[in-house]
Design a protein around this ligand. Structure first.
Ligand SMILES: [Zn+2]
Length: 294
């Protein structure tokens, strides 16, 4: 993204270091494969993929908006990131893994049907959801997004798709400006639970308990996907919420409980935001520990 940008390679280095500790020894680490174009086209039109290729610079940076830029390798990285989600869905749906955490960048939840924005180019979680439906027999997929920013791209992609439930907690009013309670989708399968700046872990847990978890449970999904942004952490330089790693761990456990009841425990989680390296590493570790059933 260019020098000084918060969405930087050190984010993944910090997570890798945290997941290298003794208690994560039984994790299997897989390298994200390059995805077939067909998989990307389930969430984005061909014309958009062509436009991204055309926008991709030979050298230097090409700015797509005020805070989203591409270098010559960005598109390839975005494709591998999407491929990581596809592979994780394959592993979990085939029984090869119980759960999976997709530690990739660039993130995806702001990427709309045909709009790159907010550090995102391809909507990794939407591509994975559609892949699960098209190739793995998942009829109903629930997506839960706890990034501090609203997952406007994911919401846009599934706005009129009743086979996918999209639920989000996020800070509001805040970037990108969407995610009001009144945004419920064409078929009432969009659930927004906005939180005010300064909201505590208790308010976050309450939003999950009252508004998100009952809807996920009632939806009876065949697979649960998580947009795990850790920028709601109190130390995060972009967000204004007061969460800590225990909050992420707690909601992850509750989602796993529902997955155990509804879909054989199948959960795939995707890294979205999180820009304080220490908080990001601790939060991702707590989240993965919960995903391991610990
Ligand atoms: Zn975010």
């Amino acid at each position: 993204m260019g020098p000084g940008h918060p969405e930087r390679p050190d984010r993944l280095r910090a997570i890798e270091a945290a997941l290298g500790s003794e208690k994560f020894k039984r994790l299997e680490h897989l390298i994200a494969p390059f995805p077939p174009r067909e998989a990307l086209c389930r969430a984005h039109p061909e014309s958009y993929l062509d436009a991204l290729e055309q926008a991709s610079p030979r050298e230097g940076l090409a700015a797509l908006d005020a805070d989203t830029a591409m270098n010559p390798k960005t598109l390839e990285a975005a494709q591998y990131a999407a491929g990581g989600g596809v592979a994780a869905v394959d592993a979990v749906m085939s029984g090869g893994a119980d759960t999976a955490f997709v530690a990739v960048r660039p993130p995806g939840h702001h990427a709309g049907v045909a709009t790159p924005m907010g550090f995102c180019f391809l909507n990794n979680i939407a591509i994975a959801a559609r892949h699960a439906q098209a190739t793995r027999g998942a009829e109903r997929v629930a997506i839960v997004d706890f990034d501090v920013h609203h997952g406007n791209g994911t919401q846009e992609i599934f706005w009129a798709d009743k086979s996918v439930l999209f639920c989000s907690t996020h800070q509001a009013p805040f970037y990108p400006g969407t995610g009001g309670r009144n945004e419920t989708g064409e078929f009432n399968t969009v659930v927004n639970a906005p939180l005010f700046s300064g909201a505590s872990g208790d308010a976050f847990q309450e939003a999950f308990a009252d508004r998100i978890l009952p809807r996920v449970n009632d939806f009876a999904p065949d697979l649960i996907l998580i947009s795990a942004g850790f920028d709601g952490h109190r130390r995060d330089p972009l967000g204004g919420l007061l969460l800590d790693e225990r909050d992420f761990s707690e909601v992850t456990k509750r989602l796993l409980d529902i997955a155990d009841r509804r879909c054989h425990g199948r959960v795939v989680s995707f890294l979205e935001g999180g820009y304080d390296l220490e908080a990001l590493a601790a939060s991702a570790a707590a989240h993965v520990e919960a995903l391991m059933g610990a």
